[in-house]
Design a binder for this molecule. Sequence first.
Ligand code: SF4
Length: 315
Amino acid sequence: MAAAPRIAKRLAAWWEANARDLPWRFGRATPWGVLVSEVMSQQTQMSRVVPYWQAWMELWPDASALAGASTAEVITMWGRLGYPRRALRLQECAQAVSERYADELPRTYERLVALPGIGDYTASAVMSFAYGKRVAVIDTNIRRVLSRVFLGKESMGGAASAAERALANTVLPQDPSASVMWNQAVMELGAVVCAAKKPLCERCPIAGECLFLESGLPGLGEKRTRPRQRFQGTDRQVRGIVLNALRGLSSEHASSQPRTTAAASRAHAAAPRSLPREQVESLWKDHVQLDSCIASLDEDGLIEILPDGSLRLPR
Ligand code: SF4
């Protein structure tokens, strides 16, 4: 690991010149805004998250604003970010921050990780990116880059191992502000240069220090995890179709009303319109799969099934 300080220097220079100008970076967002960006970016590319994050933060700039929103509007605003249970967990988190901490996001890892829906990654990211603390942030991109550069092999996916955590802590710069830059730069390198399948080694600022490149990229792209499930025809697709139909009703309804303030928009969302059963059935041919997906959305608290079989977003 003797190369770590040299690598940190090169990465810092690369970060200064190449970091994407995302609106929650460079101290422009509150700790709550940073947390929202991290939750939205899980399983969704950061560049796709930007317009959703901007609209969300404009409507609900802090935890207490989100805590008071209707479930229907939270699901509608989540739009096509995917995995919509994240939106409901984020609202539960907002309610906890608003009630337990008077709208101030906690400043310790232990308190952050105890909030609903906040795991090790998000708590570490907030400690580092929002509070500038020396904490190793460990996500898929960081694990891939560190394993390649320092061990000369692919990270195997699955849960982070103790050895991967130890490596991340060992190479993390001691100085807190340098550690923040390190976390951001390694993550960014993994997102835009050191990609999983086709790393752009010829453009990489640390190519001269990378053991993986030196060894000829052995087993490039190898993973222990299952290959990604195709999307077409899956329950995920059907759930998305149902939710989109309900969101469409909700936004049609809202746009037909004057929306001057966040409070007004919440009031409109408090009475979501319902989708009649015949229209629900036209959404997907396989009605057995459709009904099972509707039941799972209902169990997740993302929709409500009315006695006549019509559906609506929760109030
Ligand atoms: S040299 Fe290639 S494999 Fe090594 S860190 Fe850079 S992009 Fe990744």
